[in-house]
Design a binder for this molecule. Structure first.
Ligand SMILES: N[C@@H](CCC(=O)N[C@@H](CS)C(=O)NCC(=O)O)C(=O)O
Length: 275
């Protein structure tokens, strides 16, 4: 594992590391913010999953999360959004291939060899983080858009693994919207039965643990009506008895300006569940 960046930030440190990932079969970057408290004690860690086109850099450069993470004494880990490199399958479109891994394990060619972001985010990365940094096993998961989908899907599938889950502008119904249908068709194949394991609307029906889900959604989001459709998750949650805090925010769009405006609420949501 090699440290690529280190920056003092609000008394703590923002780092970027590169390591050989077993799940992805290539080298991958992740970012970790360690608050000042981590110099003397182990701290809880929030995993952040970014959206389409992002790397580990977007969140750390644009969300402005370090100040409140330092106040609260939590670490934040931001992964990449797909495997990358010359030997890794890709597509010219921004919403498929590198930068668009959708946090699942692909079963179809040419994707299956490297596109295993589900295993990476759920198992490999936390094991590495917990062995290498001063963090506890108190984990939270949050994300944006494709990453908001990833956070909700992963929390619903992994009872006991996370203390909290939250999302900005998540793709809640990937089997019913163009971004999700395109990605699931490519990575999982045409058999829609295989999509259910990654569909939050299905998972919320059968989940054995129901962490309250916090969602913030901008009402001026250019992707709201076609790709995000939070009301579909709202209805599924209501049917399932799933607690949902859905904050609809007038005027806010899909960008990191929106995330930066409300990220503190999501960090506090995580800390409120640590008990
Ligand atoms: N049309 C946009 C769609 C991608 C987009 O909006 N990505 C969001 C996540 S779904 C993002 O966070 N972009 C990177 C950034 O704003 O830093 C593009 O081609 O870049």
């Amino acid at each position: 594992m090699e440290r690529k960046e280190t920056h003092a930030s609000f008394g703590g440190v923002q780092e970027v590391w590169r390591h050989k990932s077993v799940s992805l079969g290539v080298e991958s970057n992740f970012a970790i913010y360690l608050p000042p408290q981590a110099k003397t004690e182990k701290v809880p860690v929030l995993y952040w999953l970014s959206g389409l086109t992002c790397t580990e850099q977007n969140f750390i450069g644009k969300a402005g999360a370090q100040r409140v993470a330092a106040e609260l004494g939590i670490a934040i880990v931001a992964s990449d959004t797909s495997p990358r490199g010359v030997g890794v399958a890709d597509d010219d479109a921004y919403d498929l291939g590198q930068g668009a891994g959708f946090y699942l394990n692909a079963t179809q060619e040419p994707w299956a060899a490297h596109y295993r972001m589900y295993d990476y985010v759920v198992t490999e990365l936390p094991a590495l983080i917990e062995a290498s940094f001063p963090v506890t096993q108190q984990r939270g998961i949050a994300g944006h858009s494709m990453g908001g989908f990833g956070a909700i899907m992963i929390a619903l599938r992994n009872p006991g693994r996370y203390r909290s889950v939250s999302a900005f502008s998540p793709i809640v119904a990937p089997t019913q919207v163009p971004w999700g249908e395109k990605a699931f068709s490519a990575y999982l194949g045409p058999d829609r039965a295989s999509w259910a394991a990654y569909d939050p609307l299905e998972l919320v029906r059968t989940a054995t643990e129901r962490l309250p889900v916090l969602i913030d959604q901008g009402l001026a989001d250019q992707f709201l009506k076609e790709q995000l459709r939070p009301q579909l998750f709202q209805a599924a949650a209501q049917n399932a008895g799933q607690e949902l805090i859905l904050n609809l925010r007038p005027d806010y769009d899909h960008s990191y300006y929106f995330i930066a405006s409300f990220i503190a609420d999501h960090l506090r949501h995580f800390v409120s569940k640590l008990g």
